[in-house]
Design a protein around this ligand. Sequence first.
Ligand code: HQG
Length: 181
Amino acid sequence: MNRKELVRASKFLARVLRHDPDLGGVRLDPQGWTDVDSLLRGCSRAGVRLTRTALEEVVATNDKRRFVLSPDGARIRAQQGHSVRVDLGLAPSRPPRLLYHGTTGRFLPAITAEGLLPMRRHDVHLSPDEATARRVGSRRGAPVVLTVDAGRMHDDGHAFRVTGNGVWLVPAVPPEYLGAP
Ligand code: HQG
């Protein structure tokens, strides 16, 4: 597949595996997994032709490793970013002292007042470094990076989880833990 086809397939898979399994004619199990063969058939019915080899290429080449196959290759799931309810089975773990969140200026008044909220997703997404957060923020306009005092939040009892591709998840970040880099 060329790059354009890979991106198109990746966007479609993200939509199906995070937000709209019906669109791909599949059901997700409680941990977010679905059967690869059913998914390939469902994609084809939805007009997105994908072979098993092509799917493996999408998983392997995806810039943010958004998807993961089970060790036997029979099942696939998105690593994070769901709006449908799934339990990713990630154990709470101690975050680094500082994490970063990329956003854009127009959201700052609300974020300053109420902290970071998960909005349409299950969790607030935090990046391990400032450069990654800047890229995340630039999806929505001129990026603004906030620091999250993750070590102190953790010590205060907030549970953090880290996905297989290094994104930190937390249900919310109260304003008192936010700062500027
Ligand atoms: C903002 C992409 C108003 C928040 C990225 C963000 C990431 C608030 C937006 C991943 C707010 C939600 C997640 C509040 C937060 N008031 N706005 N209280 N609290 N916000 O897309 O972090 O390509 O759900 O700052 O690279 O931007 O999909 O979250 O701007 O890793 O794999 O509300 O999605 O990855 O937007 O991005 P999102 P996000 P993928």
